[in-house]
Design a protein around this ligand. Structure first.
Ligand code: NDP
Ligand code: 13P
Length: 336
């Protein structure tokens, strides 16, 4: 008899908890690591995570701990679900505890500030594991919908297709349908750039603009992501898949998206400080818009929507002026 797959998820926030539910429903033995004792106690004794998903009963084959050594022990898959900008420091502390040969899985959709590195690159550098043992899960996966077991597709990417297939099998349920990819760069860029475009669409929504604006921002945002991806060696087709268009549509349509909501609040006239104060969860695009713009500069790629988001969010540019400047750029063909 084969033993159940063991999966550990570092992070008891919205996506860490929801993906832990997916893994448990798929038959894995799941351990969640959380930094707060009260959250871990609620998960173990109350079978809920009330801060993130009140009312959702957690599966029996899922337990939690605050001890990273206990969490990491024996894991076939070590899933990382903390805010991107905290990954380097956290992973440095967890690396000595990792199970030998474990596959490290990133759920994160950010780019590191300062280094402009993708999360899989940070993992490779800090944990000193080869790219063949690093995977990424990404796609239109709003955590609250997944935790409610609403149907969604996703992408599991690894340069080693056999590893992607193992992870695919470990997280495939009746409501969660993962596809494999070997384009890790494209998948990670799709996730990071869609958060920036989610902010842009939110800002437009908050300004009272309509669906033509939204359709234009999604499409031109997709063009920005694809241009950056191509410059970095990604497959352009990845961006018309779940990691690109799929996630853009979900994020830009949904009030559940923290990035979209963050943008909406800014577009309605809240200051950055007021918006941060009312945002309880991680909106990766707020920091990653700067690192995406940094990546674009490093690769000589034009990303005007991303630059506009940086100007509004970080340089206090008034939204109406930013919109006028974005629309008033010199005319050009749609494709070049
Ligand atoms: N939510 C979603 O729908 C989706 C999110 N993602 C991505 O998943 C990643 C995680 O986001 P998500 O779970 O939503 O974020 P949340 O804000 O919901 O949760 C973040 C988690 O990280 C913990 N945390 C925060 N700061 C630190 C720190 N400095 N050190 C250690 N732990 C910390 C939080 O702990 P505490 O509760 O104690 O504050 C919490 O458990 C992001 O990159 C996001 O883009 C991807 C797909 C879907
Ligand atoms: O990545 C997500 C959906 O796929 C979640 O988006 P937000 O981080 O904006 O909530």
């Amino acid at each position: 008899m084969t033993r159940p797959v063991k999966a550990t998820v570092f992070g008891t926030g919205s996506w860490g908890t929801a993906f832990a539910i997916v893994l448990a429903d798929a038959g894995c033995e799941v351990t969640l690591w959380g930094r707060r004792q009260e959250v871990v106690d609620s998960i173990n004794t109350g079978r809920t995570n009330p801060d993130y998903f009140p009312g959702i009963e957690l599966p029996a084959n899922l337990r939690a701990t605050t001890d990273p050594a206990e969490a990491a022990a024996g894991a076939d898959f070590t899933v990382l679900a903390v805010p991107s900008q905290t990954l380097r420091e956290n992973l440095a502390a967890w690396t000595p505890l990792l199970a030998p040969d474990t596959v490290l899985v990133s759920l994160m959709k950010g780019i590191e500030l300062g280094t402009a590195k993708r999360m899989s690159e940070v993992i490779e550098e800090v944990a000193k594991v080869p790219a063949e043992r690093i995977a990424v899960v990404t796609g239109p996966n709003l955590a609250a919908e997944i935790a409610a077991r609403q149907p969604a597709a996703s992408v599991v990417a690894c340069v080693d297709e056999a590893v992607a297939q193992r992870l695919q099998a470990a997280c495939h349920t009746a409501y969660f349908r993962p596809y494999t990819s070997t384009d890790v760069t494209g998948c990670e860029l799709g996730g990071a750039v869609k958060n920036v475009i989610g902010l842009a669409v939110g800002i437009a929504d908050g300004m009272g603009l309509g669906d033509n604006t939204k359709g234009s921002l999604i499409t031109r945002g997709l063009a920005e992501a694809t241009r950056l991806g191509v410059a970095m060696g990604a497959d352009p087709l990845t961006f018309s898949g779940l990691a690109g268009l799929g996630d853009l549509v979900a994020t830009c349509s949904s009030p559940l998206s923290r990035n979209h909501t963050f943008g909406t609040n800014l577009g309605r006239g809240m200051t950055l400080e007021e918006t941060i104060a009312v945002t309880k969860q991680t909106a990766e695009g707020v920091k990653s818009c700067q690192s995406v713009a940094d990546l674009a500069r490093r690769h000589g790629v034009d990303m005007p929507i991303t630059d506009t988001v940086v100007d509004i969010v970080h340089h206090g540019k008034p939204t109406l002026v930013a919109l006028k400047d974005l629309m008033g750029r010199s005319a050009k063909p749609e494709r070049r």
